[in-house]
Design a protein around this ligand. Sequence first.
Ligand SMILES: Nc1ncnc2c1ncn2[C@@H]1O[C@H](COP(=O)(O)OP(=O)(O)O)[C@@H](O)[C@H]1O
Ligand SMILES: [Mg+2]
Length: 272
Amino acid sequence: MAAPILALRGVNKSFGPIDVLHDITLEVHAGEVLCLLGDNGAGKSTLIKLMSGVHQPTNGHIEIDGATITLPTPRAASDKGIATVHQFGGTFPLMSIGRSFFVGVEKTKGWGPFKVYDRKGANDIAVKAVRDFGITRIDDGDRLVGGLSGGERQSLAIARAVHFGARVLILDEPTAALGVKQATHVLRIVNEAKRRGLAVIFITHQVMHAMAVGDHFAVLIRGAVAADFHKGEKTREEITDLMAGGASMASLEAEIEIYMNSHGGHPPPPAA
Ligand SMILES: Nc1ncnc2c1ncn2[C@@H]1O[C@H](COP(=O)(O)OP(=O)(O)O)[C@@H](O)[C@H]1O
Ligand SMILES: [Mg+2]
């Protein structure tokens, strides 16, 4: 197999006396979705901040295409093709779709003092980029980002990252705040990014979402990789249990389901 696009080798991260990540070794390959699973506080966001140049490892190192590198700033990470899309798409609600697409990379026409923002050109490129990802409901680049649904906003941010040459796409809980239909859109786009050969790091709490797109899974518990496995190697129940740190969540879920089936769909009352 080719060298991973991105790898962490024996990475530790401490903030003063607090050890947040312990001896993390993880590889991300082109054309593969790595799902990073773990409970709140497990260290998922800290891990992606190391990959995106926000934090530096305390020990260990990062590799890109097999070569050791440092990512001293978020700019350095994006120059290496590592793009991070935050939960709400990281876009600007009061900006048009075309405008927001080119924030920081303003598309201008003309030259020198006559440079003007090329509204139509920007709109055409942005709308095409999003439509190429299968979001055909977006057809007007003058629409405000704030008028898009959560899933459309995520899609716009992902299409933008891919358009500007991202090789690694990091998605921090992209489906957490979305309804089923919206989440399905985002999952479809994750698959499309993978089909185009990107490496995707997909962070989620939702095992079903992870299983829908993941090729490779890592479960983080209290800052350590508690399990690292590939598609088909574990069942949904096993993954759910792992995420809960061994407590039998899956059997609890099954009990609740049995209760609800025999009680007209009502959940059990809280334990006294
Ligand atoms: N800058 C920081 N300084 C001190 N502790 C931090 C800092 N950032 C995160 N932590 C701690 O690291 C742990 C993991 O946090 P985080 O990476 O946000 O977890 P997750 O994203 O999995 O919920 C938490 O206990 C959090 O309080
Ligand atoms: Mg987090």
